[in-house]
Design a binder for this molecule. Sequence first.
Ligand code: SF4
Length: 362
Amino acid sequence: DLRTSAGTSALPRELTHQVHVGKVAVGGGAPVSVQSMCTTKTTDPVSTLAQIGELAQLGCEIVRVAIPHADALDGFAETCAGSPIPVVADIHFDHKLAIEAARRGASGLRINPGNIGSFDRVDAVIDAAGEAGIPIRIGVNAGSLDKDIDARDDLTQPQKLVQSAVSFVRHFEERGFSDIVLSAKVHDVPSTILTNRELSRVLPHVPLHLGVTEAGTVRQGTVKNVSALSVLLSEGIGDTMRLSLTAPPQEEVPVAWELLQSLGMRRRTPELVSCPTCGRCQVNLIEIANEVERRLQTVSAPISVAVMGCVVNGPGEARGADIGVACGRGTGLLIAGGETLRKVPEERIVDELFEEIHERFE
Ligand code: SF4
């Protein structure tokens, strides 16, 4: 139980101020939401909406698009109007783009106040978001820290990120704007953990958006994100997340869900329980497990499916799952709901397993 392991009766994410990004609640104990970002050109709403549709199918709940210049705003309005999930406008440098994005249907803005310029400009963005009734994510990044803070030798990088983020949050709140989500991103795992723990301590009311930025390609990026985020999420820290990978965003969303599912925090898709195989195994278990995983992508019921190599742990795991197979010499014993169904030959294992899944759970 994460609550027990965090040694607290209320998790930090239950104490944050809840904001709404479109229909999605963030903070205040809402389920940790999964975000991603389009790689399409925002000037091309047809491609952007197609990508958003795919991301939403995979479980993306909030999507961000880049607004690098004014031309992108026309496409952005069309994208917001046609998107099945809330769209956040990502803006750097030019505060006028943020103001216009708020007017054209953004469900939220993401800015780094440090690169917007003077506080007059930041205030104009705050006012536009207030008028549109949408939240702002203050996105502080180690790569674009305020120059005065970045130059200080007496602060560690997490301290610089926290100091910068705290000063921005205070400014927003002094202006009477509290629909804030905060992110402070850096590319390394220890700094990500330290920074977000400290933000949760000094700004306990502000929802946090987690992620390791510039984490790398699929394997390294997955490991870095999961290493950092599983620690923080287990401590009750973090209200929404993007698992950044140097890969198509369609790769990010399933990994983010796998993480939430592995931590027992949310469940959306079936869980595969499969053993690593060893010298006792007498079927091609890796092939069977991969095929089961592939076919499970079309199953929406959040069931657990065990695929086990032999009788050592096989029958026990298969009985503990909703349905499973414990393999023997060229055969598999199908088990569902704790009951043994029948023995099937190796080449029929996957087909018969899925016949049972479709009959029982769909
Ligand atoms: Fe080996 Fe059997 Fe355990 Fe799989 S279930 S790892 S085959 S002992």
